[in-house]
Design a protein around this ligand. Structure first.
Ligand code: MLT
Length: 247
């Protein structure tokens, strides 16, 4: 996997805390939060949601709610009292959400999106559900790629790192020499993905957030979160919101 050949590079940032070490001009950033924010965002656009405004604070969620916007949000997995629903991807599949804008507030994912957007780079959302679509969108940018894992409260997360590995491997393979990596975290996440890819659902039994979701009775989404390429949407950040790249 280590290679210095190839015009463009891939880096993987395992935690928002390390972001200042990775941010770089003229790059494209793929933000991922597999359990569950980035998977939920892709599900929303697949369902025809118009836009998602990622928000960080409870005050911001209240503000949008008072303005009459649909509000989604959780802290530590629990739905916010000012939200219409939490962060399960299944919540975002409701037919009534078609054409709507949703203000979304999650423990780690929406913060990571806003952090990446501050860099002025193009920011896109990646999940296993849109793996092929987001990787080819990023590679077509002909820019260096940084994969930012939302993690859990600034710590390493197994499921986000598995996605980073799957995406790194795919982009390098599919770009036929255009992309390379010399980044240890990209190489380590690829090795982790190779270990897990035979049966990701079995492997993910080791992950802390998998058990957190189980304790909360919110782990019905696991299989869906690993349904590779079940959608071709690519959510992109424009202004203060996420839109489908096709819109
Ligand atoms: C997050 O943003 O931390 C996650 O998506 C939390 C979750 O929905 O379980």
């Amino acid at each position: 996997m280590y290679s210095e050949k190839g015009e463009y590079s891939i880096h993987v940032c395992f935690s928002p805390l390390s972001w200042p070490l990775f941010r770089k001009e003229n790059s494209i950033v793929i933000v991922t939060d597999i359990f569950r924010a980035s998977t939920a965002i892709c599900a929303a656009f697949e369902n025809g949601v118009k836009a998602i405004i990622p928000v960080e604070t409870i005050e911001e969620s209240r503000y949008w709610k008072e303005k009459g916007m649909v509000s989604a949000g959780e802290r530590d997995g629990k739905t916010l009292d000012c939200a219409d629903f939490g962060n399960s991807p299944f919540n975002f599949m409701e037919p009534g959400l078609k054409g709507k804008t949703i203000a979304m507030n999650t423990t780690n994912g929406t913060k990571a999106i806003r952090l990446a957007a501050e860099s002025g780079n193009e920011v896109v959302i990646g999940a296993f559900t849109n793996l092929e679509a987001v990787c080819s969108h990023a590679a077509m940018s002909r820019k260096d790629i940084i994969i930012l894992c939302a993690g859990w409260k600034d710590r390493f997360s197994m499921e986000d790192s598995l996605f980073a590995g799957a995406a790194t491997e795919k982009i390098i393979k599919d770009s036929e020499g255009l992309y390379h990596t010399v980044c240890d975290s990209a190489i380590a996440s690829t090795d982790l993905w190779r270990l897990a890819s035979r049966d990701p659902l079995e492997y993910i039994e080791k992950a802390a957030h998998r058990h957190r979701l189980k304790r909360l009775g919110l782990d019905d989404i696991l299989k869906y979160c690993f349904s590779v390429d079940s959608t071709a949407v690519v959510p992109v950040y424009r202004g203060d919101r996420l839109l489908s790249a096709w819109s």
